[in-house]
Design a binder for this molecule. Sequence first.
Ligand code: 13P
Length: 250
Amino acid sequence: MRNLMVAGNWKMNGDSVMASTLIDDIVVGFKGYDSCELLICPPFPLLSLVANKIKGTSLLLGAQNLSEHKSGAYTGEISASMLEDMGCQYVIVGHSERRAIMRETNEMVAEKFHAAVNNGLIPILCVGETLEQKNQEQTTQIIEEQLKSVMGTNADSMTNAIIAYEPVWAIGTGLTATPEEAQHIHHFIRNTISSISQEIADKIQILYGGSVNGDNAKGLFSMPDIDGGLIGGASLTARDFLSIAKATNK
Ligand code: 13P
């Protein structure tokens, strides 16, 4: 039995005033619920504020990116050990916005993934196809490449990792994959991992992301291979984020 997880990716939003109110409301509203793990991924400058606010609660903390390097002359970069030091247990790796805007390649994403694993952080590896790739029926090929460039021929690095399937065409657009469409790809992802390790494939959490909201979450989370969600826009409002978390009551 896999635990369900709902993760909020705040992206580049918020300031200390907004974050304080939002996290206080989430902590209060989530009290007494245990149907999912709840993870918050604020921008770097708000990590320590959120870390302090969630101390003593069941909420988890993650970052949205990390450097592939350990330390040194990389101005503006943030290392895995710095994230750990700030109280992060998780880090998002290879989000499609970073792949598209910051030109992160599969090779860079793999280096970041391993930097996280080597420092005891749990990477959330984002995979997903663009609309053009979907229309050209390249979805599974693209996802297989994204997965295999990270796990190679040895799935061991996936022992402590999470996958997020985020179709690029569904991010911030209000369009979501139907539960059946998403389930099909989640099953494909699990199958791809099982070709290397059945045990890891059975255990790994695979989250869905892309315009998840309180109305569509239940249908998505009721699918056998969907283990929760990675939430963008709706994670910026406590009421919406909590309604998604509560939809994990399968
Ligand atoms: P939205 O929920 O805003 O579509 O964003 C999804 C996402 O990119 C989460 O990482």
